[in-house]
Design a protein around this ligand. Sequence first.
Ligand code: GLN
Length: 491
Amino acid sequence: MINASLTELRAALDTRKISSAELATLFLDRIERLQPALNAFITVDRERALDAARAADARIAAGTAGPLTGIPLAHKDVFCTQGLLTSCGSKMLSNFVSPYDAHVVSLLKAAGTVMLGKTNMDEFAMGSSNENSHYGPVRNPWDTGRIPGGSSGGSAAAVAARMVPMATGTDTGGSVRQPAALTGITGIKPTYGTVSRYGMVAYASSFDQAGAFGASAADCALLLGAMTGFDPRDSTSLERPAADYTQALQSGASATTPLAGLRIGVPEEFFADGLDDDVRTAVEAALAEYRKLGAQTVAVSLPNARLAIPAYYVLAPAEASSNLSRFDGVRYGHRADSYSDLDDLYRKSRSEGFGAEVQRRILIGTYVLSHGYYDAYYLQAQKLRRLIAEDFRRAFTQCDVIAGPTSPSTAWAIGAKSDDPVRMYLSDIYTIAVNLAGLPGLSHPCGFGNGHLPVGLQLIGDYFDEARLLATAHGYQQATDWHLRRPALAD
Ligand code: GLN
């Protein structure tokens, strides 16, 4: 059961091979065993999980179960969960119990999913390695001396280690796709505006988007499908007809060439200097496999992609500096024990509550927004953002999806990039442009590098083309077994 797909779990629950309560217990026990080695969770709530599982069992018995009823999951600790700690990986929120559920959490609750706990993450979702958490680093199940990627590293590690069959994450600059790649699982971030941001602690609001982690594209299709939908409480939530991603997995093409007719754009800029050889080899082999499945690869160019990192690391900190001003030690969150006056209260509470990376971003953001520098940095970065989106628009006149590596390297050793923020930022080179443009992106496993470490292939789609991304990855996964490989963990 631990390795079962969501469809297999559904069948097992429906045929009463296992109850939801038994399933939850199975995964909770596994979490307990693996948590000391991986540190993937911040909160595990056995009692609440078992209550939800029993309620799901009642729904299954009554014949009112949906596709995800009774299936365990974990939420990244960036999502507010009523009555349960929502720390966002920060000391600042280490005492924050949310009075309400995020939209994503309420949708998945209504679908009958069973939340086992909240996963570890980089503080306020800032990071690429999960070393910035107040709760300590998350470890990669394929090699516990290495990082799992970030900032949704807890969710990715939990799914990769099968502590849970599916999990939510958020992706502001790659935080679903990159950890999915480094832990050998599938992750999708939809078009900006597809999933409501209500109740998701804000990092950079014009980039933040929730996404789904699963073993396969088929699993992600089920989870993402249950997360999407219009929400009037998020002013950037889009009102669109409901999409059935699972239905869309069935392509009309033949069994041997399921991807016939698909044009895959391969940007030369994604294969230039800076890409590790082992990643390049695995990604090129995957592109060859895609051709075998009937797809055609075409060269495309994203000339401004190299400007994505500088643009992002101006814009995201700018938004973050504004969003994080609400954590002032007065309304909620951490407050310093002693202070002399109001200014001192703010200063001490924020200095104690925020970690080094968060403070760095607040300083950068405040600087680039300040009078005198706004035109030089913020405004320039906004212009680059438009140019990058234009690059994609042009590329999609030549192809249906874009493919390349998700990350320039496999998972690195814990500590290897911690004291060099610029090196850390460069690891986001292939994912960030997608968020600047607001496009959907998916990462799926496509091999191993450096002997034993997973490599991910990124698929980028045009706006609202999540269904095509999932169907493309599904076609690949029907013909290959990288997504079925599991790390060897003592259990
Ligand atoms: N690594 C990027 C950052 O540190 C992206 C993080 C994210 O997507 N939440 O900002």
